[in-house]
Design a protein around this ligand. Sequence first.
Ligand SMILES: [Zn+2]
Ligand SMILES: [Zn+2]
Ligand SMILES: [Zn+2]
Length: 364
Amino acid sequence: MKTFHCTACQALIFFENTKCLSCGRTLAFFPDRAEMLALDAAEQGLWRAVRGDAVDSDTVKLCTNYSDHGACNWAMRSDDSESMCRSCLLTHTIPNLDVPGNPEAWVKLETAKRRLVYALLNLNLPLRNKLQDEKSGLEFKFLSDSVTANGDQSRVLTGHDNGLITINVAETDDIYRETQRLRHREPYRTLLGHFRHEIGHYFWDLLIADSKRIGDYRRLFGDERVDYQLALKQHYEVGPPANWADNFISAYASTHPWEDWAESWAHVMHMVDALETAHFVGLSVKPQRPDEPELSVPPVPTRAHVGDFDHLIEEWKTLTYVLNNLTRGLGLSDAYPFVLSVPIADKLRFVCDTIASVNVKKQE
Ligand SMILES: [Zn+2]
Ligand SMILES: [Zn+2]
Ligand SMILES: [Zn+2]
């Protein structure tokens, strides 16, 4: 993630902030320029960005999920024909807001999704909703488990199907999710992790399924035509192979080549986000021995970074050393509890190469 400063007072701010704690102004992320704007109210409910002592002449408007529900923090050009931002427009179904706890759950889901959307735009990946492209567009449904008329439990499965990504609202409940995380030994089972995993399935359909990359994919990840339901059943009944960590980024990745791809894809998105942050804050690590890797690189466009995997992985090893030492220093468990073997790194390289090969001319 980029480092953001309040455009009015230059205070450091997070991507998720809605108010500058230093100057008190309303903040909004403006995706067209990938910046966090400090805003002053203008006429007719519109806003103008403040830049130091100056004020933009152009007006912007807040996404209605921001102004009406506090579930977004994005702004758009005031002449945009839509009332919602491009992240919110991807959501087809929101949780029932009359149910206690659901408004907060929805905010958490949209917050995680916006970080996903930021990265997809940053990587120049195609991002169209189902209204723009019914066949290969993307949409999200946030659904809760329910009880049917005859008293049966109807469970919502988090997953991807043909551009539709369903997330079970229960995943926003920290206690539920942490229990699942420990039970299934999924260190990065987080809301953002779910979004990054499921979008991996979506991009498999888009970038691998009918492409000439399918042969290379099968060589690295295995043949995805093996029975998926049987593979899942086996995973939950028998568990992963004892040596899964030699070849898979996670135990779950060993269930099926599709899951291996989605887990690898999600991992690349974790890496890209954390490395972008390290670059933008100017983090540098000075080696004490000549053979130790050095991390001291000026910010490079994330997309270019994905195109140079050898460089990316070297920096990653250094950054994860820093990350783990920092969290150990705080008495917490390792922020990065993964070991990247050669077969795993080859899969991550393939994901990066696939992303780098996408050539989206113009995003509208
Ligand atoms: Zn400020
Ligand atoms: Zn929005
Ligand atoms: Zn999956």
